[in-house]
Design a binder for this molecule. Structure first.
Ligand SMILES: Nc1ncnc2c1ncn2[C@@H]1O[C@H](COP(=O)(O)OP(=O)(O)OP(=O)(O)O)[C@@H](O)[C@H]1O
Ligand SMILES: [Mg+2]
Length: 887
């Protein structure tokens, strides 16, 4: 039986047994682990780490940088040429050039890779700090806070709203514990958990057990206690998270699959090249070297490197722009996002809302309403949100500090019914020293009102009459129209009843209201306009009252005629909703699951959806969206779930992030598409050339040299400029566009390769070797010269076209004139071309098997290159006209 199913058995076993058996088997008590047990447990069941430690060492990264299939091929090549060119050859032909070039290539690719590895490790460490969670555990009878990594199997853990569950846990005690399991099951519903026990006859999917909570899930509300059953990689979550989660995502997977396509090409074609040239040329060792070099030349060995470099570069420039990319996958989502959903508080309005009025039901100032709200906020155990923060702020009112301190001492908490965004209110049961209990409720005006049967006005309690209802509405409406956030406060005496249940939350007495100032930010209107210009539609998804949503939207200029409320949403079928979401930009009074429904409907319509939110109620939607965005001030669980964190909750920051994401994405696609197509073209040319030529079209060492130049050029590509047109609208990544690009542009270079072959073979070489074709030559010296001339010709043509195609295809416009590459790309191109061309005029060139060409060849070369560029320009136009985009 494998490890995973053994573990499943352990989890299931305890889901089906009572807690006494659990304590007994693990050798623990209600006091938790004894300190000396912690190490024992860690030894036995492992640490609470998902990422294996070994990948964190420099040595491991060094190994990964230098030992990979690509360097292995290069090593083989180096050894073969060491044997053939250095050891087993006469002094005259002894040359270590190939060996040196190969060593340089290994070194360059290894070092670059290593630097990238270190960078991504750095990014990972940073991330680790960001999502570092602490958790309350009981050890030796004392409750302490420890980092989640220090947990061991057997630890007694306390969970409360907002916590990210740190391990797989069997619950032993719960109080209205609700969790979202979307991180592991993908379903967005919020589930209630309990500490009961299952009969053996009840078998179900692992994640459906209500007495188990799993690592990576989030506590939405309520509290719970439990015993850790599995940690680290043994957990359900750890089981499907790859150790290199940072780089394994859909985009990289997509890119890797491209690499695989090219590799497959190679695996089929390289042996063909080997056999064909072996047979036609008769020199098997040379053919082997050649075939291997073709393999090296065609391997997109820089692909993973360029992608990580692009992403690393992108995430670094984004962090400078106050945006932290946690999940690199989100970068691509950022680039293709075309709808951005966001909540209201903190996005459109300031993060800190301010308590403005506290009043009785008729709108007169009322200390009593504030007092009750204060006790409720102080004692409820859910995540404190801006409303609670604003209420608790009353302690800091001048001269009030002692009063509120004393108030907290006067009452203690007996029980609570947690806040829940579907109910929209929270109740706490408080008791005074005489044992009198009262239930205090605060929350959404309508929701609280629906639980009330009485109103309290100046000390007298009256049943709610019809006109009572309307006068209540009048006071509240006025404030809502002013864009204020309003909540209601109610209470009920429960005598000596020291527990509260849902049934107690009825027949309450309405005491008054609190109104908060939720001021819209000044810059919002401008930011929304900017988003629009980037072709990203902004939609507001708020849980707050429709009136306030309306008031704020009208102030910042968002069209809200088509506003929908949560109640309206319930009447729509999924299909109707899909139509409606397109036309509606403002949604109010939503529950968390309705936020998810809207996101899903948009996704079904083909949009790439981003969700920006900061509260517990936003978590399911953040998980569901293609790009989950949160802010530094958000609740931890929301930050955990989001792929992107804005250090400022400001839409301007977001805009910068979107642009950066699009640029990064464009540079990646650029590299992938151009490399794939030029490799494809080269394969075609080489296969044809090896079949028809009586000698090798290029020597192994020359091929490697070309490859080295192209690789170096690719290293600077992440820093290339991107045309404005490319990043002014969202773009989607798909393998489809790559295939057609490759087929379209690949063969063009083969046409010009073919023309060059013919010219070299029938014109240039004979002209310089006495007018005879290679096959007619008998003098080995002449034959040798013929080959050198031919190879030099192709070497130059190949280099020029490969470098220039990059410039041709990197932009939709006319290269150099209308769209300039970045200085680094330009520099490497110019240096490369000058160096390599100049090289053929130096005596050094003989070492590489090349020779000096007459100047008139360069005339031909210019014509070929110019026509190549011309043809590409024309075809580029056709391509853009047909598909609407290039890269
Ligand atoms: N701490 C709380 N105590 C009582 N009621 C609350 C509390 N937090 C929220 N509510 C109620 O739930 C409703 C929805 O919450 P909230 O306004 O935070 O939703 P939201 O979707 O996050 O809105 P926003 O877009 O403003 O962030 C509020 O209008 C309020 O009535
Ligand atoms: Mg909110």
């Amino acid at each position: 039986m494998n490890k995973a199913s053994l573990l499943n058995n352990r989890m299931k076993k305890y889901a089906h047994s009572d807690t006494a058996a659990l304590y007994n088997d693990l050798g623990i008590t209600r006091n938790g682990l004894r300190l000396e047990q912690v190490e024992v447990m860690k030894k036995k069941y492992g640490d609470n780490n998902i990422v294996a430690r070994k990948s964190d060492t420099i040595g491991f990264r060094l190994r990964r940088a230098f030992i990979n299939p690509f360097t292995v091929i290069l090593f083989v090549l180096a050894i073969v040429s060491l044997v053939t060119d250095v050891w087993y050859t006469d002094d005259l032909h002894k040359t270590a050039t190939t060996v040196i070039i190969i060593s340089v290539m290994i070194l360059v690719s290894g070092v670059v890779r290593f630097i990238q590895e270190l960078r991504s490790k750095h990014a990972y460490d940073q991330l680790d700090r960001l999502v570092h969670t602490h958790i309350n555990v009981k050890r030796d009878g004392v409750i302490i806070k420890i980092p989640a990594e220090d947990l061991a199997v057997g630890d007694c853990v306390y969970l409360s709203a907002g916590d990210r569950v740190p391990a797989d846990i069997r619950l032993t005690n719960t109080m209205d514990l609700f969790v979202s399991q979307s991180a592991i099951t993908g379903e967005s519903g919020i589930l209630e958990k309990n500490s009961g026990k299952y009969d053996y006859t009840e078998q179900m999917a692992f994640s459906q057990y209500e007495n188990l909570v799993f690592m990576g899930t989030t506590v939405i509300s309520g509290k719970g206690e439990g015993v850790v059953l599995a940690v680290g990689k043994e957990t359900l979550y750890g089981n499907f998270i790859q150790p290199n989660a940072l780089t394994s995502n859909t985009f990289v997977k997509g890119a890797n699959s491209i690499a695989w396509i090219l590799l497959r090409f190679m695996v089929i074609l390289v042996p063909i090249v080997f056999v064909v040239s072996g047979i036609t040329k008769g020199n098997w060792v040379e053919s082997f070297l050649f075939a291997l070099s073709v393999a090296v030349g065609l391997t997109p060995e820089m692909l993973p490197m360029v992608i990580t470099a692009c992403l690393a570069k992108g995430s670094i420039s984004m962090s400078k722009k106050q945006t932290i990319i946690k999940d690199i996958n989100a970068m691509q989502g950022f680039g293709s996002m075309d709808v951005l959903c966001m909540d209201k508080t903190g996005t459109l309005t300031n993060v800190n809302i301010i308590l403005e009025y506290y009043m009785d039901i008729l709108g007169n100032e009322s200390e009593e309403a504030l007092r009750l709200a204060y006790l409720n906020s102080l004692y409820h155990s859910g995540v404190k949100n801006p409303i609670d923060t604003a209420i608790l702020e009353c302690r800091n009112m001048p001269g009030k500090n002692e009063y509120y301190e004393a108030l907290a001492g006067q009452y203690h908490k007996a029980d609570e019914i947690p806040f829940d965004y579907s109910r929209k209110y929270v109740s706490t049961l408080i008791a005074d020293d005489h044992g009198n209990h009262q239930l205090v409720m605060k929350g959404d005006v309508e929701a609280v009102f629906s639980r009330c049967a009485f109103v309290e006005y100046q000390g007298t309690v009256k049943p709610i009459s019809e006109d009572g209802r309307s006068s209540v509405a009048a006071v509240v409406d006025e404030m809502l129209e002013d864009g204020m956030k309003v909540i209601a406060v109610a209470r009920k005496d429960l005598g000596n009843q020291n527990m509260a249940s849902l049934s107690d939350e009825s027949g309450m007495t309405l005491v008054g209201y609190l109104a908060f100032f939720d001021a819209p930010k000044k810059s919002v209107a401008q930011s929304i306009a900017k988003l629009k210009s980037l072709q990203v539609k902004a939609k507001i998804l708020t849980g707050d009252h429709q009136q306030i949503a309306l008031s704020i939207c009208s102030r910042i200029g968002i069209a809200s005629e088509n506003m929908l409320t949560g109640a309206d949403l319930n009447h729509l079928s999924d299909l109707e909703l899909r139509l409606v979401v397109e036309k509606t930009d403002v949604f109010a009074e939503l529950t968390p699951s309705q936020k998810v429904r809207i996101v899903t409907a948009l996704q079904e319509n083909g949009h790439t959806v981003g969700f920006l939110g900061d509260g517990m109620n936003d978590i399911p939607a953040i998980c569901e969206a293609d790009v989950g965005i949160s802010v530094d001030t958000a609740v931890d669980a929301a930050k955990d779930m989001a792929g992107v964190i804005l250090l400022q909750k400001d839409l301007n920051v977001l805009e910068e992030g979107i642009l950066e994401g699009r640029k990064t994405f464009a540079n990646m696609s650029k590299y992938i598409k151009i490399t794939a197509s030029s490799n494809f073209g080269n394969i075609l040319s080489i296969v044809c050339a090896s079949a028809f030529l009586p000698f090798l079209p290029l020597a192994a060492v020359q091929l490697l040299l070309l490859n080295l130049l192209y690789d170096i050029l690719c290293i600077v590509l992440p820093w290339d400029h991107v045309d404005q047109e490319v990043f002014s609208s969202p773009r989607e990544w798909s393998g489809k566009t790559l295939g057609r690009f490759m087929r379209f542009f690949g063969p063009i270079s083969s046409i010009f390769d073919g023309i060059t072959f013919l010219f070299l073979y029938f014109v240039l070489c004979p002209a310089l070797t006495g007018g005879l074709l290679y096959t007619q030559l008998t003098d080995p010296v002449m034959q040798f010269r013929y080959i050198a001339l031919f190879q030099t010709g192709w070497f130059l043509e190949s280099m020029w076209t490969q470098v220039l195609i990059l410039h041709m295809l990197r932009t939709q416009k006319i290269p150099f004139l209308q769209s300039r590459p970045s200085a680094s790309v330009m520099l490497i191109t110019v240096i490369g071309i000058l160096l390599f061309t100049g090289l053929t005029f130096t005596p050094m060139v003989n070492v590489l098997g090349l020779t000096v060409l007459p100047l008139w060849y360069f005339g031909f070369l210019l014509v070929v290159v110019a026509s190549y560029m011309l043809l590409t320009t024309v075809l580029k136009r056709i391509y853009i006209a047909k598909y609407g985009e290039l890269i």
